[in-house]
Design a protein around this ligand. Structure first.
Ligand code: FES
Length: 242
C-alpha cells in the first residue's frame, strides 16, 4: 500500500453524470479492493477499481468531490493510495452469479475479469436505461448479462432480486457476489442464504481514512475499510441483518 501518481490517459463519458477514467499504468489489486483518490485542496475519497490493468475507475457526479473529479482532463495527474481492504474471494466455483446495483456494478467487472474461465452470469439492476453501466464490457468478457430496470425502460421491469429469482428457476450457482445499495444486497444475500448458495457482498460504509484509523466506517464490530469491504456468508449475513 503506497501513494502513486498516474496520468489520465483517457476519459470516457458513459452518460451525462458518469465518466470513466483510464490511467496510464496498472496496479496489483484484487477485485473488490478499493483505493483513495486524492484531489488536492478538496478531499480524499474511496473508489473501487473498475480495472487494474490499465488502472480504471468510474465516477458518478453526485457532489462537490465527484464534480471536481469530473473536471480531470486527459494528460492531468492523479494521486491514489491503495490497493486497500479485502476483495472478493475467487475459489474453485464453476458457475457464479454477479449482481450489481447502480454503480456497484463497476466493481464486479474486475471480478468477472479475474474469474475468467468460470461460467459467469451478471445481473445489472438500474433505475432506468441511462443508468445501465458496463453491459457491453461484461458481454465482451463472455458473460451472460441480464438487465432489470425500476421503470422497465431496459430489460425486465423490476429489481435485481426479481431477476435473480427468475434466473434461479433454471440455473444453479456455486456462489453469488453482489455490490450495490445495502437494501439491494440484503435482499440478494437473503435469497442466496435461503437457497443454500455461498455469497459475498461488498458493503457500503462512510469511509474517511480508508486505512482503519478513524472508525467512521464501523458497522457493528467490523471496520469495513480494513475487515472488508467484502464480507462472505455468515459475516455478511450478520452485518446485513439477515
Ligand atoms: S474509514 Fe477510517 S477506519 Fe475505516
Amino acid at each position: 500500500m503506497n501513494r502513486q501518481t498516474f496520468r489520465v490517459k483517457k476519459v470516457i463519458e458513459e452518460s451525462q453524470e458518469v465518466k470513466t477514467f483510464v490511467l496510464d499504468g496498472s496496479i496489483e489489486a484484487d477485485a473488490g479492493q478499493f483505493f483513495m483518490l486524492w484531489v488536492p485542496g478538496v478531499n480524499e475519497k474511496p473508489f473501487c477499481f473498475a480495472d487494474n490493468d490499465p488502472f480504471t475507475f468510474t465516477v458518478c457526479n453526485v457532489g462537490p468531490f465527484s464534480s471536481k473529479v469530473h473536471e480531470l482532463k486527459e494528460g492531468e495527474l492523479v494521486t491514489v493510495l491503495g490497493p486497500l481492504g479485502k476483495g472478493y474471494g475467487i475459489g474453485n466455483e464453476e458457475r457464479i452469479l454477479l449482481v450489481g446495483g447502480g454503480y456497484g456494478t463497476v466493481s464486479l467487472y474486475l471480478l468477472a475479469k479475474q474469474a475468467k474461465g468460470k461460467k459467469i452470469d451478471v445481473i445489472i439492476g438500474a433505475k432506468s436505461k441511462e443508468d445501465v453501466s458496463y453491459k457491453k464490457r461484461f458481454e465482451e468478457l463472455g458473460c451472460r448479462v441480464f438487465v432489470t430496470t425500476d421503470d422497465g425502460s431496459e430489460g425486465v421491469k423490476g429489481y435485481a432480486v426479481d431477476g435473480m429469482k427468475e434466473l434461479l428457476r433454471e440455473n444453479k450457482y456455486d456462489k453469488v457476489y453482489t455490490c450495490g445499495p445495502m437494501i439491494m444486497m440484503k435482499t440478494i444475500c437473503g435469497l442466496a442464504k435461503e437457497k443454500g448458495i455461498q455469497f459475498e457482498a461488498s458493503l457500503e460504509a462512510n469511509m474517511k481514512c480508508g486505512i482503519g484509523i478513524c472508525g467512521s466506517c464501523a458497522i457493528k464490530d467490523k471496520i469495513v475499510c480494513k475487515d472488508g469491504p467484502v464480507f462472505a456468508n455468515e459475516e455478511a449475513a450478520y452485518l446485513l441483518d439477515i
